[in-house]
Design a protein around this ligand. Structure first.
Ligand code: CUA
Length: 406
């Protein structure tokens, strides 16, 4: 009697555990933006169909093994009064069979796998649009053939064969957007002997459906490896062209003349907006600054622009098309206000998050190569980037200015 309660309890526990597990696994079915089992390109189809065929052949093998096992367990079970069965050791036929069987299975899996490897490694002779992808610690840069440069959000047209030419500016990264295809190493370019081509890595695919596809660096590259995300914005060819045209036409009148030399002591307050500024572009209506009036916004944008171009060293690292800002160490900020996320997919692009980022990037992303208000960071090649010393008001103004770049 005393033993029955624990065993019933154990059975109940096992049953509820299985139930929880079943529910949890059912949750894996959908709603995961980085799922490998919902392909959206020809490349991803190759991998997915290989996976599905191997899965079903495994199921067939499982069924055969279980059926044999069930037959043996029932047919040769112990019956009352049975004598001890004949004892034997070794059976040449069986030994050969269970060596050759698995070997054949391995070959059967290897053939389509190798075919898939070649199919996905081969260059696409029809790829008519090549985008250069550059991995940085810890963000992504995208360079288009017509000079457009952007960061962390890769705009691509659907229905058009795309080639991605990948390399790194520092350490080895790996480009992985699961729904678009497999991982691809992103290697630093090493000096090659004369006449030998540089070893870029390549990805070739054609995206079927418009949408936003999430991706992730898939090669450990430092403290913020896990925070090195990206988003691919796949849009119709018309929308894609419009985005590139907007990029080229952006901010033509927005920039004041930058100071002659880089400021040594950032943080000098410049509260007054520049005179004769053009009308500020609209700000996202859902932002926290929506409550302020249009003229207050204009003043903030003007003040932020002033801070960006004269009060700190933003322009030494960042570029904004149509302005004197042409730094190439950090992400290109042209059309920044159109991005859905900031800090390489980490934070939603809201004024609050942008201020948080500008105040102390390394508190958000360890190892980020950007100084904060009170945080100096070591500079490559010696020395350090001083803290920007910006006030809260200046931070908010810079955030408003950056989000007005649309
Ligand atoms: Cu870049 Cu991990």
């Amino acid at each position: 009697m005393t033993e029955r309660i624990p065993s019933a309890f154990r059975r109940w526990k096992a049953a509820s555990l299985s139930l929880v597990l079943a529910v949890a696994l059912a949750g894996c079915g959908e709603g995961y933006p980085q799922s490998t089992v919902s392909p959206a390109t020809d490349f991803a189809d190759v991998i997915h169909s290989l996976y599905i065929s191997v899965f079903w052949w495994s199921m067939v093998i499982l069924a055969v093994v279980w059926a044999l096992m069930a037959y043996i367990l029932i047919r040769f079970r112990e019956r009352p009064g049975d004598a001890e069965p004949k004892q034997s050791h070794g059976h040449l036929g069986l030994e050969i069979a269970w060596t050759i069987g698995p070997a054949l299975i391995v070959v059967a899996i290897a053939i389509p796998t190798i075919q898939a490897v070649f199919a996905t490694q081969r260059g696409d002779p029809e790829a008519d649009y090549t985008v250069e992808v550059v991995g940085h610690r810890f963000w992504w840069e995208f360079r288009y053939p017509d000079g457009v440069v952007t960061a962390n959000e890769l705009h691509l047209p659907v229905g058009r064969p795309i080639a991605l030419k990948l390399h790194s500016a520092d350490v080895i990264h790996s480009f992985w957007v699961p729904r678009l295809g497999g991982k691809r190493d992103v290697n630093p370019i090493v000096q090659r002997p004369e006449g030998e081509d540089v070893d870029y890595t390549w990805l070739f695919f054609t995206i079927r459906e418009p949408g936003v596809y999430s991706g992730q660096c898939a090669e450990f590259c430092g403290p913020s490896h896990a925070l090195m995300g990206l988003r691919v914005v796949a849009e119709s060819p018309a929308e894609f062209d419009a985005w590139r045209e907007a990029w080229k036409a952006s901010s033509p009148t927005a920039a004041p003349t930058p100071p002659d030399s880089a400021p040594e002591m950032p943080g000098r307050a410049g509260a007054a907006g520049a005179e004769g500024d053009p009308v500020a572009p609209p700000i996202r209506p859902d932002s926290a600054v929506a409550a302020t009036t249009a003229s207050q916004e204009e003043a903030l944008v003007a003040q932020g622009r002033d801070v960006f171009f004269s009060q700190s060293y933003c322009v030494l690292c960042h570029a904004i098309e149509g302005t004197p800002a042409s730094g190439e160490l950090g992400p290109n900020l042209t059309l920044f206000g159109r991005r859905g996320t900031l800090a390489a997919g980490m934070l939603e692009n809201t004024p609050e998050n942008l201020v948080r980022w500008l105040r102390d990037p390394r508190a958000v992303k360890p190892g980020a190569e950007m100084p904060g208000v009170d945080r100096a960071i070591p500079r490559q090649g010696g020395g350090e980037w001083q803290g920007t010393g910006l006030t809260d008001e200046q931070l908010r103004a810079v955030a408003t200015y950056l989000q007005s770049l649309r």
